[in-house]
Design a protein around this ligand. Sequence first.
Ligand code: K1U
Ligand code: ZN
Length: 169
Amino acid sequence: MTRRDIIILPDKRLRSVSKPILEITDEIRALVADMFETMYEAPGIGLAAIQIGVPSRVIVMDLSKREAEAEPKVFINHEIVWSSQETSPYEEGCLSIPDIHEDVERPSRVKIRYLDLDAKQQESDAEGLFATCIQHEVDHLNGVLFIDHISKLKRERIIKKFTKAAKRA
Ligand code: K1U
Ligand code: ZN
């Protein structure tokens, strides 16, 4: 297992659309292990493969509150097959946009379909933080960031700040 570097705004790779996984190989299992290592180290509650520069439709997540009760979850090729009309706000963060938190309004509940690491198709109903996080991660796979859901003024300020920081580095 290796902790990988998380790519940061304005890296253009964050705007790419990730490709579906055709077969779950040892390479994918190694990618998933590295993603968990990277997510736990950050620390974060979710991570999409593109955040470590790999444009594949793989997500890891752990919403458990205590380390002793870890609940690692893997979602491969996941799609949102239903979204509620009702929406809820949540103050989101993103490991690729460190130290920025903004309220985002998203459907309160979603139904997702995905493959697990044994290539078995699964379905889950998500609500609360699970629904928020899975929508944030599916956005990553489509090249969308949570700042795309806030006002243009705030978004442009954030992009400017990170572009300046990247030029300085
Ligand atoms: O995809 C990412 O960038 C990870 C992101 C997931 C996320 C957080 C909040 C709302 C939607 C999606 C994060 O994990 S940011 C860090 C974070 O939320 C956190 C870190 C430590 C403890 C608890 C939460
Ligand atoms: Zn993110």
